[in-house]
Design a protein around this ligand. Structure first.
Ligand code: GUN
Length: 298
């Protein structure tokens, strides 16, 4: 691998090893096993892949997991009934409903029904609020938290740097802003968020010491939009049809990797950058949930 590439797979592996050690310690010293329930509604092919990867990783790390698959036409009542059952199941410490659900499901209502101390995605308003005010007894959302850990473990301290985020989603852009601006070690950045209604996006992105692309537009960020020597984090995972590829498609990020990698001091690849970190932070949260529910300090 070229030496300016941030190896998300390797860093995620380190985090997963740390998680596996915590799991082993909980088993040995406290007779506890963290449990994660993953709920998939419908047949979104990308979601099916993500859910499979999450369950597989649980197994590898010694975390108990349950996969609940509901039909594409499942009703709100069915979903809420399942959430209620999982909320009350002592074997389950974390609950995750894979996003996006089919259109008849109101995601906000579903997320609000998850017990906040089991909300390992940090989508519940209570946990989003705790994150915003810098409290550590909730959770951090998996993808933005994964980005923070990637920066830290790559030796990039955001303190005093200008971080520019492209995208304002509830899953990535907004929580990314909150984590980077936090008055805390490993954060303290000056943050700008640009989005679809921002005129002349490049005039902002060119100022970013740290540039985070999270808009879901394939290869949106080109070299002329990037500051020399920037750290570029690509959160995008886009499927591009490609009949010559093994599965008929290939994955590209929101960054035009070949040209931007020549200008950036550090850059994450797609795949193998942020993606593996999202799962690693989810499992980290599942262990945290287990510890908190059993009255142990994290
Ligand atoms: N869909 C895309 N990213 C995520 C995530 O982090 N959690 C869930 N539940 N769904 C997602």
């Amino acid at each position: 691998m070229s030496n300016n590439i941030i190896d998300g797979k390797a860093i995620a592996e380190t985090i997963n090893n740390e998680t596996a050690m915590s799991v082993a310690d909980l088993a040995r010293n406290h007779s506890l096993q963290p449990g994660l329930a993953v709920v998939l509604i419908g047949e979104n092919p990308a979601s099916q892949v993500y859910v499979k990867m999450k369950v597989k990783k649980c197994h590898e790390l010694g975390i108990y997991s349950e996969k609940h698959v509901l039909a594409d036409d499942a009703s709100m009542a069915e979903v809420l009934e399942l959430i209620e059952k999982l909320n009350n199941d002592p074997a389950i410490n974390g609950i995750l409903v894979q996003s996006p659900p089919p259109p008849q499901i109101d995601e906000e209502t579903v997320v609000a029904a998850i017990r906040p101390d089991k909300d390992v995605d940090c989508f519940h308003a209570e946990n989003v609020g705790k994150m915003l005010i810098g409290k550590s007894d909730g959770f951090f959302p998996c993808t933005p938290h994964g980005v923070m850990v990637l920066l830290e473990r790559s030796g990039v301290d955001p303190c005093g740097k200008h971080a520019v985020i492209i995208g304002r989603s509830n899953i990535v852009g907004k929580p990314m802003m909150a984590l980077l601006v936090q008055k805390a070690a490993g954060a303290n950045a000056t943050v700008t968020v640009v989005h679809s209604r921002t005129p002349d996006i490049a005039s902002y992105t060119r100022q970013g010491d740290i540039l985070i692309a999270a808009i879901g537009k394939p290869e949106f960020v080109t070299a002329d939009m990037v500051k020399d020597g920037a750290t570029v984090i690509d959160v995008g995972i886009n499927r591009i049809d490609d009949p010559s590829a093994k599965r008929g498609y290939r994955l590209v990020g929101d960054v035009k990797f070949d040209e931007v990698s020549k200008k950036a001091a550090l850059i994450t690849p797609v795949p193998g950058g942020v993606g593996p970190m999202t799962i690693a932070m989810l499992l980290h949260n599942a262990v945290k949930a287990c510890k908190m529910q059993n009255g142990r300090a994290f």
